[in-house]
Design a protein around this ligand. Structure first.
Ligand SMILES: Cc1cc2nc3c(=O)[nH]c(=O)nc-3n(C[C@H](O)[C@H](O)[C@H](O)COP(=O)(O)OP(=O)(O)OC[C@H]3O[C@@H](n4cnc5c(N)ncnc54)[C@H](O)[C@@H]3O)c2cc1C
Length: 299
């Protein structure tokens, strides 16, 4: 389930292990609003749509791999060590192992006009997009510890930082002192809108009419996984919404694996691809063991 970096990478390794592999993909990868993939070795700066085209092309060379563009609406364990999926278009599929590589969804901050800047000069991940804004004026939007931690993290990329909390920041005196020490200006006034042109942010405008010039805006977002689908499979979900996975994406539910952003380790495309490959390795190892046991008992 899911044909982003994690699912496609897993499918490639499974196809190379001569497994029949089906990828059901709803076609909404997390970075679809961005026009460059940063930090993916050999693909640094590639358009994410081009990245997926290359990955899908590579997979098309393997006749045991099949990609379907559809959304899985239910996934259930139907028979001993097997799964059945139903898609939004009413198709049913079954398989021996299930890899959940459905990623996460982000919620944009409620600022008027933000959509026009998202994926151009509005981001959440410094490792993905901080480099392009090095030494620029960056405003971090958000409240509480997560927003101040993101602002402090960004000191690695620029010293021209602001934190806009759009109302009371909820920060303690110690947290404020830390921001102060790193010359991060804190604005607690309500925010009205973003201004700029063609995706390039120019300023953050407050409800009072005052504004601050900014070249980029970052907000904290870990995204959220489709926990209902995961829970229905018997996967343990932590209280913070993350999936409890062991090595190689194994979950507490036999035969169910999770890879990529949905597994909530560091959320980068190259890590998602690596987790997908690791899960494929574990899936094929389990299948081999089952097949060999089956052959032994048949003799
Ligand atoms: C604005 C932005 C910029 C980013 N920039 C970078 C960057 O520069 N470098 C970097 O390394 N990372 C970047 N990232 C993070 C990167 O997008 C993720 O780490 C990566 O996409 C995770 O891969 P994944 O395969 O786990 O999930 P995704 O790529 O999100 O793929 C999951 C796929 O599963 C599909 N899916 C979901 N539910 C279902 C379902 N029920 N049935 C079928 N299919 C389903 C989705 O539609 C999607 O196609 C960025 C993220 C954002 C939001």
């Amino acid at each position: 389930m899911g044909g982003g970096a994690a699912g496609l990478s897993a499918a490639l390794l499974l196809a190379r292990a001569r497994r029949r592999v089906l990828i059901c993909d709803a076609g909404q990868p997390r970075n679809r609003h961005s026009n460059r993939l940063g930090g993916f070795l050999t693909r640094d700066g590639t358009d994410p749509a081009e990245f997926r085209r290359i990955a899908r092309d590579e997979l098309a060379d393997y006749d045991t791999a099949e990609l379907r563009e559809n959304t899985v609406i239910t996934a259930a364990r139907r028979f001993e060590s097997g799964f059945e999926l139903e898609t939004a278009s009413g198709e049913m599929f079954s398989g021996r192992k299930l890899l959940v590589a459905t990623g996460v969804a982000d919620a944009l901050p409620p600022i008027a006009g933000i959509e026009g800047f998202y994926g151009r000069t509005v981001w959440h991940c410094p490792y993905c997009d901080g480099y392009e804004h090095r030494d620029q004026r960056i405003v971090v939007y958000g409240r509480g510890g997560k927003a101040s931690a993101l602002a402090l993290e960004l000191t690695g990329w620029t010293s021209r930082l602001m934190l806009a909390s759009d109302g009371p920041s909820g920060l303690s005196a110690a947290q404020r002192r830390l921001l102060d020490r790193h010359k991060i200006a804190l604005y607690e006034e309500p925010v009205a809108r973003l201004e700029g042109a063609e995706g390039q942010l120019e300023s953050l405008v407050f409800a009072s009419g005052d504004s601050v010039a900014a070249d980029a805006l970052f907000f904290p977002s870990e995204g959220w996984a489709d926990v209902e689908l995961l829970r229905s499979l018997g996967v343990t979900i932590r209280r913070n919404g993350s999936v409890r996975t062991g090595g190689y994406g194994k979950t507490g539910a036999p035969g169910v694996f999770v890879a990529g952003d949905a597994s909530r380790h560091a959320q980068l495309a190259i890590i998602a691809a690596g987790e997908g490959a690791a899960a494929a390795f574990a899936i094929n190892t389990e299948l081999l063991k089952q097949d060999l046991r089956h052959l032994d008992s048949a003799e």
